[in-house]
Design a protein around this ligand. Sequence first.
Ligand code: B12
Ligand code: SF4
Length: 495
Amino acid sequence: MDLLLYNPRSAWSKRRVPMSLLAIGSVLEGRFDYRILDGNFLSDPVRQVSEVIAAEQPEVLGLTVMPGPQLHEAIPLTRALRETFPHLQIVWGGYFPSNHPDVVLRSGWVDFILRGPSEVSFLELMDALKGDDDPRNIPGLSFLDDDRPVHNPARQPMTHPDDLPPWPYPRVGDLDRYLGRSHLGERTTSMHTSYGCPFHCSFCAVVPIYEGGWLGRSGRLLADDVEHVVRRFGVDAIQFCDNNFFTSFKRVHEFSEEVLRRGLRISWWGEGRPDTLLHYPDEVLSTMRRAGCRMIFLGAESGSDEQLRRMNKGGTQTGETVLLLAERFRRDDIIPEFSFVLGGPAEDVGAEIEREIGFIREVKRRNQDAEIILYIYAPVPTPGSDLFGVASQEGFSFPDRLEDWLRPEWKALDLRRNPHTPWLKPRHVTRIADFESVLNAVYPTVSDIRLRPWKRRVLKALGAWRWAMKVYGLPYEIRLFHRLFRYRQPEQEGF
Ligand code: B12
Ligand code: SF4
């Protein structure tokens, strides 16, 4: 075998098809002998991956690594494999190494990093490694030269997604393992149809990688991909995980029209921006709805225009945009899922949090079905941005050693639950968590399909007086209920 591609565990239930590795695999077909191994199905990854390597002798091991659980598995696994198989070439790709290449390379366990979208660069790297050529000019490649990290410029122009082959689904084995029941349908899968985002929000990990670049697969090819999974695997629901699926309304319109023309019966979800969607023509929204669009995740971030400015949200987004969109989607029968980033640096952090709570209540007043997702601001390396500048001034810095990312405080940062940023005090984190518990009781998410109607009624009853009286503190009775019935939080368990 030339190459093993490994997907570290990202979830304990509701497993996702490993999209990053399917994307990489798409260009390797017919060129290299490779295999995709998914850690979500392994019980003892170090032993099991070692056995595969010992038996099949790949020359290269590629890992895809996101912050959070994947990173926490990837660090000890890579360290162990480096010791056992010193001649194995190890390559990391994905969001974590793309944003933190130095700390990864300095560990000494990883030979190469490919930053950002890497289909073509990985093919070039494989060609170089197999042909004993010098790989050091490959775009987007990071490596150590005499202990000094070198980062080649990104590929310019970015490869157009229309020029990439479809994903080789059979490589992940029986797709049924990934097709779960969700609020959208019985056989739900994820797809990713565009790279990057044209904006530069200073809390967002997409920005340092794409620097405002965005390219999407055309509506017609996208419909081909969807038709394939519908007809071949019986998929009836799709989550489009693109950072900004709705960037081009022409693309979305073309796709929606193709879905209707081809008679594809699907429900779908995607991620976008409130200002973009607010400016969508009525005709496009109505075609999307008829083509199965049920819910849209929207980065609202904050109700304060000052905070939005500090976050460099850009575009035409304001608090008012979010409220208007909440109303528009109520009329159009699409569920808006607004995400907020709370707990950023501010003169009076507590007062900011209270103001956001007030704003979220107003969103719910305008549209009861609007879902609310709360994150706590965790810095991402966007040097030069206001927000990262303030965070650095306040004493925030990332760990110097890769192993340090395994420490509990950095795990909490990864999950955006408690980032331990210097300005955020325990009382702020508690306040956000208390409010969230009450909010989730009065308005349980539709995405929790295990939550039966009677449980919803009990939850609502528990939360109702608190919501009405604005009493959020110490919601032990709600937490007990959440624990007993394992309430599902999309922001932690995936959408
Ligand atoms: C699907 C997804 C998940 C899935 C799991 C994914 C998996 N691998 O199994 C779930 C839902 C579990 C998940 C969880 C989390 N996620 Co997530 N997730 C995504 C999402 C939406 C898509 C990733 C993906 O598959 N993209 C499709 C592929 C094709 O693109 P790609 O990954 O960029 O891959 C390309 C390159 O990166 C590169 N590449 C990638 N891997 C490799 C490997 C090799 C060897 C090479 C050479 C190249 C390479 O080449 C690929 C092709 O060009 C991204 C956002 C996004 N739109 O990308 C967030 C994202 C990666 N997640 C993020 C985060 C923070 C999380 C969480 C850790 C925290 C949270 N609260 O959301 C949680 C963890 C919670 C938990 N309990 O697991 C952040 C990372 C932020 C950061 N600081 O880096 C992102 C960017 C979302 C965001 N905009 O903030 N996530
Ligand atoms: S619009 Fe969304 S994806 Fe784009 S930079 Fe801002 S937060 Fe990131």
